[in-house]
Design a protein around this ligand. Structure first.
Ligand code: DGL
Length: 269
């Protein structure tokens, strides 16, 4: 019997990808893991992140007996996909900014990438832009505070509209801008707040549906959804358990990394 499709993120952002996978594969068994003890990833150093991401994913794949891993985090995918693929024997599907569809759909040729600091500055992201959006003007905008806003909203809090407006403000200086890539999986969770904070209409483009299509292509033996779907967190808390429960993951457990595994403490910056 194949194992579930395991979805990984630093926090609740991967739930935006889980929703897209659920829509595409309603009967598939899913599992979720988040490294919320180390949230946010987007402002942490690359070498530390690679080691940490590999340790968390390896342990979660072991515990869940997953048949595939979805790295539902742009910050992790633009850095660690190769390492994960070399260390795991199951298919690994990454989430990278939807530059290609945004550039193809833009009529004005002016688009923006809204993502974490890490993602906007990655060589992987530059290559995506050079390959698929060379004909466009691409504004790269770091919006790390939106990660915290999404976490707060999903935990039942209220988003701080002033923070959202400040993050988006540079977009509106580009008068011809017509498409914004949501290059962090947390950001689609704020979609209604982003729309409310926009002085004019633009297309907000995320990778969820494309990832779900890719998962459906790659995972050949899909486990049926029978038992309650499990989740793991490196810092399980009641609010997170409630959020995951409301989105179909009722069983939250602590993910501890084995002693001796690469499990670095919080990096000193
Ligand atoms: N959700 C993650 C992403 O797609 C990162 C959020 C963070 O931990 O900074 O990039």
């Amino acid at each position: 019997m194949p194992g579930p499709i395991l979805i990984f993120d630093s926090g609740v952002g991967g739930l935006s990808v889980a929703a897209a996978i659920r829509e595409r594969l309603p009967d598939a068994a899913l599992a979720y893991v988040c490294d919320n003890a180390m949230l946010p990833y987007g402002t942490k150093p690359d070498d530390w992140l690679v080691t940490r991401i590999a340790a968390v994913c390896e342990q979660a794949v072991r515990l869940s007996s997953a048949s595939a891993l979805v790295v539902a985090c742009n910050t992790a995918s633009t850095l660690a996909l190769e390492v994960l693929r070399s260390r795991l024997t199951i298919p690994v599907v990454g989430t990278v900014p939807a530059i290609k569809p945004a550039a193809a759909a833009s009529r004005s040729g002016v688009i923006a990438l809204l993502a974490t600091s890490a993602t906007v500055n990655r060589p992987y992201t530059r290559r995506l832009i050079d390959t698929f959006a060379a004909h466009c003007r691409v504004l790269r905008l770091a919006a790390d505070p939106l990660v915290g806003e999404a976490e707060r909203c999903l935990a039942g809090g209220v988003a701080n509209d002033a923070v959202i407006e400040a993050c988006l403000a540079p977009l509106w200086q580009e008068t011809a801008l017509d498409s914004v890539v949501l290059g962090c999986t947390h950001f689609p969770l704020l979609r209604s707040r982003l729309l409310a904070a926009s002085p004019r209409p633009v297309a907000w483009i995320d990778s969820g549906a494309a990832i779900a299509r890719r998962v459906a292509d790659v995972v050949t033996a899909i486990a049926p959804r029978r038992a309650p779907q499990r989740a793991w967190a490196t810092a399980p808390q009641a609010a997170l358990a409630a959020t995951l429960n409301a989105r179909g993951f009722p069983c939250l457990a602590a993910l501890s990394l084995p002693s001796g595994a690469a499990a670095p403490a919080h990096p000193v910056r």
